[in-house]
Design a protein around this ligand. Structure first.
Ligand code: NAP
Length: 268
């Protein structure tokens, strides 16, 4: 399978290129950067070290995608919406790891999935997707009258969206477990709220600093006990490996919008 990496000069872009080189069954077809980037025209090896690859970094997506079976995309929401459109035109695979979409952008991606094979997830790691399954089960078992759910996350100082896509993914798993809509029960920061916590709320707290790759904890706080389910990412390579795995899986599917739970067979 021929894979193009978009946002090739980003933190995840480099990880994705390394993962494509490392994993059997895939080859790098293109490395795409933002229009006018200073990386254009240079060999991909400038981004990941190692020997020259012969693949020249480009800012012209259409010719690059014409020779690709899929796109690996961890960029920014506007870029991912644009690439979902390209994937739909070309009827190819689009793996979206980007986070921070607004509802309008989510709808555009859903529309693109009428023609493209899209896998979108706020976290591509096996561990976090398993955690989501455990959170779903715990939320089913622990009544909102007895257990309060709070989700905390910490990421590096340069992260631009909050709460993280993974925290939202875990919040949705908890809300689904309780049979409620996260849009109705989610509370994002309690600054200025001068009243006690309401039963059934799912609270979020975001910390930023240093080089933390991604820590998440879902806390079920009851009377005299707390259950804490956590995941700590130690290397970005876990997300890149998951993205390549998702691409190989999606290559064999019909068009549609899928999650990592579908890819990992955890969606029962
Ligand atoms: P980053 O280092 O800032 O990289 C983002 C890249 O996207 C940059 O190379 C940027 O180019 C590029 N980009 C933005 N708009 C573009 C456009 N229109 N065309 C081409 N390239 C464009 O950020 P990161 O840490 O790699 O994270 C990227 C995204 O992935 C974030 O949304 C993050 O939350 C998410 N993420 C998801 C997972 C997961 O498992 N789902 C894991 C880690 C991160 P410039 O440098 O030119 O601006």
């Amino acid at each position: 399978m021929r894979l193009a990496v978009v946002g090739a000069n980003g933190k995840m872009g480099g990880e994705l290129i390394r993962a494509v080189k490392r994993i059997d069954g895939v080859t790098l077809s293109a490395a795409i950067v933002r229009q006018g980037s200073s990386y254009v025209g240079q060999d991909v090896n400038i981004l990941v070290d190692g020997e020259k690859t012969g693949i020249i970094i480009t800012d012209d997506p259409l010719p690059a995608l014409a020779q690709s079976d899929g796109i690996l995309d961890f960029t920014q929401p506007e870029a991912s919406v644009m690439y979902a459109g390209f994937a739909a035109q070309a009827r190819i695979v689009h793996i979206i790891g980007t986070t921070g979409f607004n509802p309008d952008q989510e709808n555009k991606i859903q529309s693109a999935a009428a023609h493209a094979k899209i896998v979108k997830s706020g976290n591509m790691s096996l561990g976090v997707n398993l955690l989501a399954g455990l959170v779903h089960k715990a939320a089913q078992a622990l009544s909102p009258n007895d257990y309060d759910i709070e989700i905390s996350e910490m990421h590096h100082r340069r992260k631009i969206d909050a709460p993280s896509g993974t925290a939202l993914l875990l919040g949705k798993a908890a809300a689904n477990g309780r049979g409620v809509d996260l849009k109705k029960v989610g509370v994002y920061g309690r600054d200025g709220i001068m009243s006690p916590r309401q039963d059934g709320e799912i609270g979020f707290a975001a910390l930023r600093g240093g080089t933390v790759i991604g820590d998440h904890s879902v806390i079920f706080a009851g009377t005299n006990e707390r259950l804490v389910l956590s995941h700590f990412a130690q290397e970005r390579s876990i997300f890149a490996d998951g993205a390549v795995k998702a691409a190989l899986w999606a290559y064999k599917q019909e068009k549609g919008l899928f999650s990592m739970l579908d890819v990992l067979g955890l969606n029962d």
